[in-house]
Design a binder for this molecule. Structure first.
Ligand code: 2U9
Length: 356
């Protein structure tokens, strides 16, 4: 009996897992286990022997059952300890920083401009940024020898050796989009063409890539008076105050007559304010589309006429939001954006709705 006790208490204490414990339980106190068999032998004993052995066997059975339960609990504790060690988590660590995005002022201003012209019935047209020299220059009445080609500081692509076709160019304005639209839809036309343009120029007021929005309105009797109204309507809506415009005679190869347009402003302590004061700020070029340009787009200049204009979007953004240096647009540090009031996006947009 003592041997039996020692044997099982030792086995239980050395059991490696619950499965071994279960085997031991069956072997010791199960229905056909060693203790149960011993209990069956009680029937063959004398009443005196039975009185001694009965309680001893019952006590042994209880002791082994308790040892089994205690070991089971100890194994479970050890397993939990091991898990807690491997799944350790420091809840006091600071959380990971999440980078916040923000709409770019150029994107926002492009959307603002688009919305204002859309209200006046202008659709948006887009086209390639790598153009043939025909769409970028010839169709716009800028022939090969014309000084405007040199003035525009054009980026040219390379042709393969022996390929003598004229090289493609990075478009120097979005005007090729208007030519393509004229070819595709014919007149009447009312479009704006926002987008990236490229000129090999870099200083405080020029970057090799910048953004333009050009406009084109063609119809049977569209005049410069319509141009002036559209532009004043646009500037007043964009700056949120009535803005006077001043037209000065100018020259562009693609328009005749041509005008540079100034907007009314005040200069105080080096600060420009649009829509007040007696100063003028040059912001765009415009004119009536040259008959040769209409012809290049497949439109009969005896039947249709209209105006065109071009504005720099980067300039507009700087004026409206008081951004002093163009180079800020290429800075990836968002602090300057917040400084000018551009909030983080709640939800990222892809050209989508205004994130405000
Ligand atoms: C077609 C016909 C005529 C678009 C025009 C200008 C004058 C102009 C500048 C403004 C600031 C470029 O971004 S900028 O540097 N643009 O002065 N643009 S008229 O005339 C067109 C366009 C397309 C078919």
């Amino acid at each position: 009996m003592e041997d039996l006790r020692n044997k099982y208490l030792e086995l239980v204490s050395g059991a490696a897992d619950e499965a071994v414990l279960e085997e031991l339980r069956v072997q010791a106190v199960g229905k056909k286990g060693e203790i149960s068999l011993k209990m069956r032998e009680l029937g063959k004993m004398t009443p005196e022997e039975r009185q001694v052995m009965g309680p001893k066997l019952n006590a042994l059975k209880d002791e082994i059952n308790s040892a089994l339960a205690a070991k089971k609990a100890a194994l479970a504790d050890a397993a939990l300890d091991a898990r807690l060690k491997t799944e350790w988590l420091d809840v006091t660590l600071p959380s990971r920083t999440r980078r916040q995005g923000s709409i770019h002022p150029i994107s926002q201003v492009t959307e603002e401009v688009t919305a204002i012209f859309a209200d006046m019935g202008f659709a948006v047209a887009e086209g390639p940024q790598i153009e043939t020299d025909w769409y970028n220059f010839d169709a716009l009445n800028i022939p090969g020898h014309h000084p405007a080609r040199a003035e525009m500081d054009t980026f040219y692509t390379h042709r393969a050796e022996g390929d003598n076709r004229p090289p493609h160019v990075l478009r120097t304005h979005t005007s090729p989009v208007q030519i393509r639209t004229m070819e595709k839809t014919g007149a009447p036309i009312r479009i704006i063409c926002p987008g990236r343009v490229y000129r090999a120029d870099y200083d405080q007021t020029h970057t090799p890539m910048f953004h333009q929005v050009e406009g084109l309105a063609l119809g049977k009797d569209i005049s410069m008076a319509n141009l002036k109204w559209v532009l004043e309507e646009f500037f007043s809506a964009f700056f949120g105050t009535h803005v006077e415009t001043r037209f000065r005679a100018s020259h562009f190869p693609f328009t005749e007559p041509s005008a540079e347009v100034d907007i009314q402003c005040s200069w105080e302590d080096g600060q420009v304010k649009v829509g007040e004061g007696n100063d003028w700020l040059e912001v765009l070029g415009s004119g009536m589309v040259h008959p040769k340009v209409l012809e290049a787009g497949g439109i009969d200049p005896n039947e249709y006429q209209g105006f065109a204009f071009g504005i720099g979007i980067d300039r507009l953004a700087m004026l409206k939001y008081g951004i002093p240096d163009l180079r800020a647009f290429f800075d990836s540090d968002l602090r300057w954006l917040r400084h000018y009031g551009f909030a983080s996006l709640d939800q990222p947009t892809l050209h989508g709705g205004l994130a405000r």
